[in-house]
Design a protein around this ligand. Structure first.
Ligand code: KG4
Ligand code: ZN
Length: 339
């Protein structure tokens, strides 16, 4: 029981997440989401998110402590997402973490949101090998990251040059009138559709530079144009086929580039995280292509892929275990914090 007991707070977007871990063991994962409040706007409204975090923060911390059955006095540290994310939303979590750390006399650890999306897999599949290769796909990012050390050295190999993968799912869902967030609904419709019904473009997949970057804005526009043309001609829109064909275009490019990044860098495993990692077709195609390439795939369960506090606690625990320096109480919330 000398593994570090850490509480983690996540407020970078619309989920107020508080998790508690002991080393690689998940003890509590409490999440309060304001997603329903944003649905009518078709996207996350920063001011609404900040206010919701403020209201949910203390009750969610209390719920997590109760779930874990531990006393705040026994914590070895308090970790918090310092960025990147929505400035006002981050500020609520960072302020709360500082207040608890100061009041309890515990060390504070500011962590990077992207690194914590990777580290969370330790709660599911045990210690991550080093270096770790990760494909992070969410509403805010689509990145390929090579991490020689998850606590201190995470290198971006490539990223989206326009829309994030999740953003593309959300925008296409809006075009199809399926509501927000779009990912889970498109995933569901796509199961009934034909992924080869419509040949949508695969951005930046010519195999030339930038090899590891992504582009989804052209795809989104192509889907919108295709759907508009059908409507203009008074024809029905085959929602399941559009969803399946769009989804296939996204996951084809994601998995192809991720496998290539592993090969090029001599890494024999791939971690996939972020909200889009919950996508069933992404999981299936990644499994198939990784198996073909002799790469071991690690994908945490969907509940750990979307934003949560456990991932922050997991990275905080890793920092404590490795004796990394704690943050000072003037830790800033940095909306564009680089990895
Ligand atoms: O990681 P996350 O919870 O929050 C961000 O940091 O963005 O990811 C949310 C994103 C949304 O764009 C949502 O549409 C997408 O993940 N998403 C999915 C699925 N579930 C959530 N995208 C595709 N398929 C899914 N099953
Ligand atoms: Zn995220």
């Amino acid at each position: 029981a000398d593994e570090p007991l850490v509480l983690g707070i996540e407020t970078s977007c619309d989920e107020t997440g508080v998790g508690i871990v002991r080393g690689h063991t998940l003890l509590a994962d409490a999440v309060a989401s304001s997603v329903d409040e944003h649905a009518r706007y078709g996207g996350v409204v920063p001011e609404v998110a900040s206010r919701a975090h403020l209201e949910a923060m203390v009750p969610t911390i209390q719920r997590a402590l109760k779930q874990a059955g531990v006393s705040a006095r026994d914590l070895d540290g308090i970790a918090v997402t310092a960025g990147p994310g929505l400035a006002g939303a981050l500020l609520v979590g960072v302020s709360a973490a500082k207040a608890y750390a100061y009041a309890l006399g515990k060390p504070l650890y500011g962590v990077n949101h992207l690194a914590s999306h990777i580290c969370v897999d330790q709660l599911e599949h045990g210690a991550l090998p080093e270096p770790t290769m990760a494909l992070l796909v969410s509403g805010g990012h689509s990145s390929l990251l090579l991490a020689p050390d998850i606590t201190s050295d995470v290198r971006p190999l490539g990223a989206t040059i326009d829309d994030a993968a999740g953003e593309a799912f959300d925008k296409v869902a809006r075009v199809l009138g399926l509501g927000f967030p779009g990912g889970p609904v498109i995933d569901r419709y796509a199961r009934e559709g034909d992924p080869e019904a419509i040949a949508f473009p695969r951005g930046l997949s010519g195999g030339r530079d930038p090899i590891y970057d992504f582009s989804f804005s052209g795809l989104k526009t192509a889907v919108a144009r295709w759907v508009e043309a059908r409507r203009r001609d008074g024809q029905d829109v085959p929602v399941a086929d559009v969803a399946a064909s769009f989804q296939e275009a996204v996951v084809d490019v994601l998995t192809r580039k991720a496998v290539r990044a592993c090969r090029d860098n001599g890494v024999d495993h791939l971690m996939i995280g972020g909200g889009v990692a919950a996508n069933s077709r992404l999981r299936a195609l990644a499994e198939q292509r990784c198996t073909d390439a002799g790469i071991r795939l690690r994908v945490p369960r969907p509940g750990l892929c979307t934003d949560n506090g456990a991932m922050v606690a997991a990275l905080g625990a890793e920092m404590v275990a490795r004796g990394r320096a704690a943050s000072t109480l003037d830790l800033p919330a940095d909306s564009s914090l680089p990895v």
